[in-house]
Structure formats: structure tokens, C-alpha cells
Write a protein that binds this ligand. Structure first.
Ligand code: NDP
Length: 510
């Protein structure tokens, strides 16, 4: 057994009864129309955390009908930005009030460390507050220079009914990157959380109702991609789908939505490189490498899972990364000192392991980890912090999302070579550069094909800054003013002032 920093089992009491999650349709909590349910077993503790109604096509139909009716009625979609902002701020305060309850359930459902779940909920509340600010400040344009007899107005209008489909890795944060902006714009929504993490979205629904969001504005249908997600992406009454998850499902959604030509916004995967130049501050860079790959057990679209390090410092960086990786506290997610928790499902754990085995078989070197691990006293699945060296650009571990605590290390000699490796990817979510030379950083930032570039830092996010990917990492942006724009339609109003237009047909002609 390798030496690792395994955290012992915490004393926190696990509830005897599961959280009961129902659909929220038109302001009412409802069981499924056929009465079926499904259960989520904690990936760390092995107990049933949540018993949820299992939605079907009829439930989606009812939720979409409510969202459509509410939007078309107009009370919500034409309410003032001030009124909508007041509600969003109230929800933010309620999220703060319920932080512990939300974080606890999120930890049990996802296996992530409680400290990270708490930070996620705090970050989500901050996004709701930011969305309140854009609800009040959004506006269109006016064109007063079209000629003395013309005035042009560009109105921003809510796009309509929005389907929101979210994954399991940051369930509360990701719904909070979408819903408050949709509400700020004046849209109504139908939300489907991942079947693995339904509880915290249901709590968010409770808080929306408590804050005073009118019935039918926020609807939630629990269940599986098929049939719930499919129905939400094909229904003619839905105007837009916003999705976060895998690139494969993202492509399926684009095809499904094409039938009714609805707008689709996608936040998909990434194979995000951090490039380390010889003049980098290595203390900071190595800490960021370890944070980047083990945060959320690597189950993170922004995972810094690909390190591209200059050959001259490769051995030093590898040795120090391995040494620091051994110190990362992992184990019981309910212990506040834990930094790496459990893997979401046994199937996903097996997928992670296959990437590592295949890389080793193809000539890569496992410098640390590369094995599953049972944590004493815990029944869930864990994977060792893993560092894989001598990876080449053609290996699946260098090109595909492993979505686990697994670092793939490649090397380069010149900046051009590093940029080629960065851009030789189907994904383009984020990229990072470590150098004390501002010219190196700026050239990298300009040439890297990614939605976000970090220089001498990793994975900082702000409600003010847009987030999203290029290439197969997605389309559209979340957060910032761009996050609001996604949910707005543009309408042009062209107005003639006075009767100045020469007739197209002369009425006096023969
Ligand atoms: P998926 O893309 O499979 O699922 C994300 C959401 O989409 C879930 O709510 C899922 O429902 C739903 N869904 C599944 N199929 C459809 C469909 N045909 N139409 C509409 N909705 C659908 O991601 P997973 O959560 O299963 O994770 C699998 C992989 O996705 C990971 O290993 C990782 O590579 C990647 N991923 C990327 C994320 C990112 O942020 N970039 C986040 C999470 C995952 P259901 O409840 O049935 O799963």
C-alpha cells in the first residue's frame, strides 16, 4: 500500500430516513403520474440518501404546459426588473440560510467533500445576487442616427420557456449558473437534475416558492435522461435548452432540438492543459496542478487533467507533484479536512481505472496511485490520487475526459510545440500557463483555443466573468452579462416619424 493521506471516518450522523424528492409542477409538489420512484445511494456511505419521484413523459408534459401557460400569461415575463431582482436577492438569502442542509445532502449524494460543498453553495448564492443586478440593468439599444424621420429600437425580450438539464458533479452550482439568469430575463423554466443528485435542486425549488416566485415559473421534473431529458428537448412548447454534461449527450440534444429549431446552449467537457515554463513560480504551479486535478476528485469539466511541462523541469515537477499528491487528504467526505471524496458510481470508477491501465499498456509510467482504494469504515468507492508520466498526445488519457483524480503529464521544448499540444484537442474549455514572463503569458493567452485562459492561476471563477467553451466544449456562455444574453431574444422596432416616405406606388398613376 502506498503512503497516502487517508482521512478517518467522521462522527457525523447519517439520517435514518432518505430525503423525499418530488416534482415541482405549477407550484405544487407532485408524485409521478405513474407513482414510480428511484433511489440514490451515497457513493461514499452506501446508504439511501434520496428517494425521488421518477418522471415520465406525462410529468414533463404537465411541467412544460405550466411553464408555457405562465410565460404566455405575461405577468412574470413582463414584470419589472426591480421585482424580479428582489425575488432573486431573497432566494440568495434563503440559500445562505439553508447552506448546511444543502451542502450535507450534496455531499452525501455526490461524494464530494463537505468543505467544497459549502463553498459551492456560497458561490451559488453569490451568483443569484449577481443575476439580481443584471435583472435591473439589462436594456436594449436605440438608434437615433438613421435619418431625421427614423428611430430604431432594439428590444431585449425573454426567450420564453427554458429547459435546464444539469449533471451530477456540481448540481447546485450549475443550476445556479442557469436558473437565476433565466429568471432575471423573465423566462420560465423546467429543470431536470441528474438522477444521481436530485435533492439539492428540489431544495432550491422549495426556496424559490418560499421567496415568492409565482407558480409555474420554476418547474422541476426528476428522473432520467430518457424519457425526461428527451421530452424536455423535443417539446415544441420549449424555446431553449441549456445543458451541462457530456459532449456525447450535448450532441444528442442538438439533434433532438433541431426538430423544432430551438436554441441550444451547451457546457460540455474539457481536457484542460496547464503549461509550465522553466521560469514559472514552481511552488504555486505545483500547488495549482494538485488542486486542478484532485478538486472534486477530478470530476470536473475544468479539471486540469493535462500537464504540459518543459522538458528541462519535467522530472523536478513530477517528483514534487507526486510528493504533494501524497499529502492530499482524501477519504470520508463528511470530514471537514477531506479534500478528495468518493467517485460518483462504481461504473465510473471502473472507467477511470481503464484509462490508467490503457495508458500504462501503451507505454506511459504510473508514478503514483493507479488503483482503487477502500477507505477503512466506508462502503463507497475511492480512487487513489494518480500521476501518469510519459504520456503522448495520441493516448486517450491525453485526449479524453477521464473525470477522475488522474493527472496526465506530457512534455515540450518550445512555446510553439506547447501551443500545438494545447490546441491538438477536440475540447477547448480552459487552459493555463505558468511563467514569470508576461510576454509568454500573453502570447499563450492569445493563441490557446479555449473559452477561458488562466495565467499563473487555475480555476478561479467569478459571477462577473463569462464561462464556456469552444470546439466540442460547448456553445454559448454562462455568467456575466453574457450569461443573461443567452436567455434574451432581440427584437428590432423601426419607427418612422411623420409621413415622410415617398410612396412605393404612385396612387395618381394611370
Ligand atoms: P450526461 O451528459 O450523461 O448527463 C447530464 C444530464 O443530461 C443528466 O441530467 C442526464 O440525465 C441528462 N441526459 C442524459 N441523456 C439525455 C438525453 N438524451 N437528452 C436529454 N438529457 C439527457 O453526463 P453524466 O452525468 O452521465 O456524466 C457522464 C460524463 O459526462 C462524465 O464522465 C463526464 O465525462 C461528462 N460530464 C461533464 C460535465 C461538465 O460539466 N462538462 C459534467 C458532468 C459530466 P441522467 O439523470 O439520466 O444522467
Amino acid at each position: 500500500m502506498i503512503e497516502l493521506n487517508v482521512v478517518s471516518v467522521s462522527e457525523t450522523q447519517i439520517p435514518d430516513e432518505p430525503f423525499i424528492a418530488r416534482h415541482l409542477i405549477d407550484g405544487v409538489w407532485r408524485d409521478s403520474s405513474d407513482g414510480t420512484v428511484f433511489e440514490r445511494v451515497s457513493p461514499s456511505h452506501g446508504t439511501v440518501v434520496t428517494r425521488a419521484s421518477k418522471g415520465g413523459v406525462q410529468d414533463v408534459d404537465a411541467a412544460v404546459a405550466a411553464a408555457r401557460r405562465t410565460f404566455d400569461k405575461g405577468d412574470w415575463s413582463t414584470s419589472s426588473g426591480k421585482d424580479r431582482a428582489t425575488l432573486l436577492l431573497r432566494i440568495a438569502d434563503l440559500i445562505d440560510r439553508e447552506r448546511e442542509r444543502i451542502a450535507f445532502l450534496e455531499t452525501l449524494e455526490s461524494g464530494k467533500p463537505i468543505s467544497q460543498a459549502r463553498a459551492e453553495i456560497e458561490g451559488a448564492a453569490d451568483i443569484w445576487r449577481f443575476a439580481a443586478s443584471v435583472a435591473r440593468t439589462m436594456h436594449g439599444d436605440s438608434h437615433n442616427s438613421l435619418g431625421s424621420d427614423m428611430l430604431g429600437l432594439v428590444l431585449k425580450e425573454p426567450i420564453g420557456v427554458v429547459s435546464i438539464i444539469t449533471p451530477w458533479n456540481f448540481p447546485f452550482l450549475i443550476v445556479s449558473q442557469k436558473l437565476p439568469f433565466a429568471l432575471a430575463a423573465g423566462c420560465t423554466a423546467v429543470i431536470k437534475p441528474s438522477e444521481m443528485t436530485p435533492a439539492t435542486t428540489v431544495i432550491l425549488g422549495e426556496l424559490c416558492l418560499e421567496a415568492g416566485i409565482p407558480a409555474g415559473v420554476v418547474n422541476i421534473v426528476l428522473g432520467f435522461g430518457d424519457p425526461v431529458g428527451t421530452a424536455m428537448t423535443t417539446d415544441k412548447r420549449v424555446d431553449m435548452v441549456t445543458f451541462t454534461g457530456s459532449t456525447g449527450v450535448g450532441k444528442a440534444i442538438v439533434k433532438a432540438a433541431a426538430g423544432t429549431l430551438k436554441k441550444v446552449s451547451l457546457e460540455l467537457g474539457g481536457k484542460n492543459p496547464q503549461v509550465i515554463f522553466p521560469d514559472a513560480d514552481l511552488d504555486s504551479a505545483i500547488d495549482a496542478i494538485v488542486f486542478g486535478v484532485y478538486f472534486n476528485a477530478g470530476e470536473c469539466c475544468n479539471s486540469g487533467s493535462r500537464i504540459i511541462v518543459h522538458e528541462d523541469i519535467a522530472e523536478e515537477v513530477l517528483a514534487r507533484t507526486v510528493a504533494l499528491s501524497r499529502k492530499v487528504p482524501f477519504g470520508d467526505p463528511l470530514d471537514p479536512s477531506t479534500q478528495v471524496g468518493a467517485i460518483i458510481t462504481p461504473e465510473h470508477q471502473a472507467k477511470i481505472d481503464t484509462y490508467v491501465r490503457d495508458a500504462a499498456n501503451a507505454g506511459a509510467e504510473i508514478r503514483l496511485g493507479g488503483e482503487t482504494l477502500s477507505v477503512p469504515g466506508m462502503s463507497g468507492q475511492f480512487y487513489q490520487p494518480t500521476v501518469v508520466a510519459k504520456v503522448t498526445g495520441d493516448m486517450p488519457i491525453a485526449r479524453e475526459e477521464v473525470f477522475g483524480p488522474v493527472l496526465a503529464v506530457l512534455t515540450f521544448r518550445t512555446l510553439d510545440e506547447a501551443i500545438d499540444l494545447v490546441n491538438d484537442a477536440d475540447y477547448g474549455l480552459s487552459a493555463g500557463v505558468w511563467s514569470e514572463n508576461v510576454h509568454t503569458c500573453l502570447e499563450f493567452a492569445r493563441r490557446a483555443r479555449a473559452g477561458t485562459v488562466w495565467t499563473n492561476t487555475w480555476m478561479d471563477g467569478y459571477a462577473e466573468l463569462p464561462f464556456g467553451g469552444v470546439k466540442e466544449s460547448g456553445q454559448g456562455r454562462e455568467l456575466g452579462k453574457y450569461g443573461l444574453e443567452e436567455f434574451l431574444e432581440v427584437k428590432t422596432v423601426t419607427m418612422r416619424i411623420g409621413r415622410t416616405r415617398a410612396p412605393w406606388v404612385d396612387p395618381r398613376s394611370a
